[in-house]
Design a protein around this ligand. Structure first.
Ligand code: AMP
Ligand code: FE
Ligand code: FE
Ligand code: ZN
Length: 270
């Protein structure tokens, strides 16, 4: 069984609609895909409808909540949530408001750097509930400020960049509580090695897993993350954090051998 447990659609900062994501997952040979948009689960229903219409893949209901822990940003994946649950909707509403404020702050920084971009130029799809840096990067490409998407990050938007403003989400404990209230399973997304020091504290808040397997991560780092997760009593999961750019969805995947514990927890038979 081939799975990708971390993907984005136009409901946040991905480039494909939920239905297009499902088609891409089929074309890429995936048996299951988790739809994990930033701060919303709004794409899950459309992805499921599309998958039902074409006979697959299995769609895992997910989200990726932007949270704060000790002043740092932590992304929290939620799997197996009820996508329409009020706890997720409430978190999403707070997240969306914070993201709109942050976008204005980043545009203010760009303006002070002499770049005359406006909020109105940042185009978001009609179904988008979480405006983010990729939308701003695309606006900078469109107005010709930068040559391409990656340049926008290299010159202005990467973490620590001249126009970057950190995303300030609600506390990690609140994110974990929202996911659990919605019947889901909370997983620390794409941790850095340094984050392992905080796994035990997060587990005490109700965290159940860590995304230890990702593309383009040194095997030695994946192993160290896996060891730290197991030491803290957390399960290991994996996903590609696909946003629409090449390589194609399905080129990288995990199997039940890697994420069997999570599949069992979600009631998915391998
Ligand atoms: P945001 O949620 O607004 O902080 O944006 C995060 C998204 O921006 C990530 O999911 C990536 O799609 C993209 N991103 C972040 N850092 C970089 C980078 N250095 N280069 C390219 N894309 C990036
Ligand atoms: Fe993203
Ligand atoms: Fe993330
Ligand atoms: Zn992501």
């Amino acid at each position: 069984m081939r799975l990708d447990l971390h993907t984005h659609t136009t409901c946040s900062d991905g480039t494909l609609t939920p239905a297009e994501l499902v088609a891409a997952a089929n074309a890429g040979g995936l048996d299951a895909v988790a739809v994990t948009d930033h701060d919303t689960a709004a794409g899950v229903a459309a992805a499921r409808a599309a998958a039902a219409a074409v006979g697959g893949p299995r769609v895992v209901a997910g989200t990726e909540l932007t949270c704060s822990l000790g002043g740092a940003e932590v992304h929290l994946l939620g799997y197996g949530i009820a996508p329409g649950h009020a706890a997720i909707a409430a978190f999403a509403a707070r997240g969306a408001a914070l993201r709109v404020e942050r976008m204005a702050a980043m545009i203010g920084r760009l303006n002070r750097l002499g770049i005359r971009v406006t909020v109105a130029e940042v185009e978001v799809p009609a179904d988008c509930a979480a405006v983010g840096r990729p939308h701003l990067a695309r606006a900078l490409v469109k107005r010709g400020t930068v040559g391409n998407f990656q340049d926008a990050f290299t010159r202005f938007l990467a973490d620590g960049g001249s126009a970057w403003v950190p995303s300030r989400g609600p506390d990690l404990a609140e994110g974990i509580a929202a996911i659990r209230a919605a019947g889901g399973f909370a997983v620390w997304a794409h941790p850095a090695l340094d984050d392992t020091r905080r796994f035990a504290a997060a587990r005490a808040m109700g965290l159940e897993g860590v995304e230890t397997l990702r593309p383009r991560v040194e095997p030695s780092i994946s192993l160290a993350l896996e060891q730290a997760a197991r030491d803290a009593g957390l399960l290991c999961t994996g996903g590609s954090d696909w946003h629409g750019a090449p390589p194609a969805l399905g080129a990288w995947y995990v199997t039940e051998r890697h994420v069997g514990d999570l599949l069992e927890r979600l009631g998915i038979a391998a």
